[in-house]
Write a protein that binds this ligand. Structure first.
Ligand SMILES: [Zn+2]
Length: 594
């Protein structure tokens, strides 16, 4: 038997353990601080002087910092073993505590919104310089807020109204069984199990999984259509009430960006899709198919070698990749390993997937993943360590309110970390077969996050345009929007099973009422970071301090200003082309070795 070194995080930086008496003390302290905050500020925020407003913002930050250790410790303890009753109980009580404090202090954001709306000039006070952009974001949002009572009614009615569609969709998926032929053997599987077979190395297993999942989803297409139709029509009314200029405006505000920037981005992707189709045709050849089937898009190449890594090897590789960019830039990554901030060993009861949780008071982060030694696990680790690097720089330069980074910027260091790893792996690959497998993996990933995801944004836009024109969104109408949007990216490069018209029914985010346009920030992030990398290749070492400055800025400036720091103008219509160029170069590299 081999002895496996368990890679488990050390949470004692936060608390000694679940029974640490300091936890109770911290809870009592948080409650007392929240009470004091309420007593000091309730009903008074709109008439605060500039100096008192500064004090108020600092007070809310120190309260949030106090609670953050409790939330972090309880959620991490729970994520590492979800079956442990003590961890469940602690997580539950901290959840309740933070919900209670949230409710108690709900007046704070309402009153602060009213203050900023009534006296917008206060944003430019020099004493408040640290909070300028945070206040600007509040001002942009507050213009669409309704009265306190209206807001409360919306929350109450949505809870069991339009929000329920999301529950219905996930309940449906989790209670159905799917018959899939796996390597010639018929199996009855849950949705999660069947979904895991979509990228199986055996082609007919992939076909069977695709046809089974989407065939069954499509049979209930009218049910999903009723849900999506209601959610979209509800959103149209919300937008009118809140005076949003478009169905996208609310999400543009959350992502701290502008419609014209996103318009340019999507247009650039549409123009660049020709390169992606070129790659897909190349991949068809590599897979010995006349045309790629939809079940081949992200499939591994037949007979491709599967690289395996120990955690130690992954650690060394990632430190090397980050250090090659800049030794100092790798400091956060090294610390994450040294201080045991990573939980990587797969085990029963541990939460699925991977995440990086910011540890503000420790000026660091914690990472969870289930590391099984595949290449994609190494990429996941490099990605999450990018988030940790971002947290490391931000926490050293910003106060808590400036750590509220929008999705458009939040993936900067993480995707950059993946590119550093790609570069390192390509340079040290021992054979062209290894390089080929690696390049296909990376290109497939971008194909999904930039190109396929863009078609989903178009789909959502098409639904609102359809409602605007008085069209009734029944199942076949929704499917036709899906297919049209999909084909704008894939054209003649892919053939689709007829069942794939139902693909939209399984995307949970379409069913999240009041959370529209979930997709485009991922396209933005991917293309922004590709442009960054292009800039790095052009400038070399002089680029390093610029990236550090951009990451250190947190959310204290807008994503446009983040671009300026690194010498990129995201508002320029042809800006996004540089990201496409990096993508095309990867395809060129692949063509050289096949
Ligand atoms: Zn990420």
């Amino acid at each position: 038997m081999t002895i496996v070194n368990q890679i488990i995080w050390d949470l004692t930086f936060l608390f000694a353990g679940i029974n640490d008496p300091k936890i109770n003390k911290a809870i009592i302290d948080a409650v007392a601080t929240a009470n004091t905050f309420e007593k000091t500020y309730r009903g008074k925020i709109t008439s605060l002087s500039v100096d008192d407003l500064l004090k108020c913002l600092q007070d809310i930050e120190s309260l949030e910092a106090k609670i953050s250790d409790l939330i972090l410790f309880s959620s991490l303890s729970f994520a590492s073993d979800m079956t442990k009753p003590q961890a469940q109980a602690l997580n539950d009580s901290v959840d309740k505590l933070s919900a209670k404090i949230g409710k108690q202090l709900a007046f704070y954001s309402l009153e602060l919104g009213a203050l900023v709306k009534g006296k917008p000039q206060i944003i430019n006070e020099s004493a408040l310089a640290n909070y300028k952009h945070s206040l600007e974001r509040i001002l942009r949002r507050v213009e669409h807020q309704l009265s306190e009572v209206e807001e409360q009614i919306i929350i109450e009615k949505d809870q069991f109204g339009v929000n329920s569609w999301e529950e219905l969709q996930s309940k449906w998926l989790n209670t159905r069984l799917f018959d899939v032929v796996v390597l010639g053997e018929k199996k009855t599987l849950s949705y999660g199990e069947a979904n895991g077979l979509l990228s199986h190395s055996d082609r007919s297993t992939r076909e069977s999984a695709n046809r089974s999942i989407y065939g069954i989803l499509g049979k209930d297409g009218e049910v999903f259509s009723a849900a999506l139709r209601s959610i979209c029509n509800d959103w149209v009314m919300v937008c009118k009430r809140r005076k949003y200029a478009s169905s996208m405006e609310s999400s543009l505000i959350s992502n701290d960006t502008q419609e014209s920037i996103i318009g340019n981005l999507l247009q650039t992707i549409e123009n660049g899709a020709e390169s992606y189709r070129h790659y897909l045709k190349l991949k068809a050849k590599l897979m010995n198919q006349p045309v790629l089937g939809n079940h081949d898009i992200v499939a591994p190449l037949p007979g491709s070698i599967e690289l395996k890594f120990t955690f130690q090897e992954a650690q060394e590789l990632i430190i090397k990749a980050y250090s090659r960019f800049d030794p100092q830039y790798a400091a956060a990554v090294k610390e994450m390993f040294q201080k045991r901030r990573i939980d990587a060993t797969p085990r029963f009861g541990k939460r699925n997937g991977a995440f990086c949780a910011s540890y503000f008071n420790g000026k660091s982060a914690y990472i969870l993943q289930s590391f099984n030694g595949t290449l994609s696990d190494v990429f996941t680790l490099a990605h999450e360590l990018g988030h940790a690097t971002h947290d490391w720089y931000m926490a050293r330069s910003q106060t808590l309110l400036n750590m509220n980074v929008p999705s458009t910027v939040a993936e900067t260091a993480s995707i950059f970390g993946e590119l550093l790893l790609t570069d390192q792996l390509l340079d040290s690959a021992k054979s062209n077969a290894e390089r080929k497998a690696l390049l296909c993996l990376v290109i497939d990933e971008v194909g999904m996050t930039a190109f396929q995801v863009t078609s989903r944004v178009w789909f959502e836009q098409a639904l609102y345009a359809s409602i605007d024109q008085g069209e009734y969104l029944d199942y076949k109408t929704i499917c036709s929007h899906w297919i049209k949007s999909r084909d704008r990216i894939f054209g003649d490069a892919v053939t689709w099973f007829p069942e794939m018209e139902a693909e939209w029914t399984m995307k949970p985010h379409y069913f999240m009422a009041n959370y529209r346009y979930y997709n485009y920030p991922y396209v933005y992030a991917q293309m922004f970071v590709y442009s960054l990398f292009e800039q790095y290749l052009k400038e070399g070492k002089t680029f390093v301090p610029k990236l550090v400055k951009a990451l250190s800025a947190g959310s204290s400036v807008s994503p446009m200003e983040i671009g300026e720091i690194v010498g990129l103008n995201v508002e320029s219509p042809d800006f996004w082309n540089s990201g496409i160029k990096v993508f095309e170069r990867l395809i060129g590299d692949l063509e050289k070795i096949i």
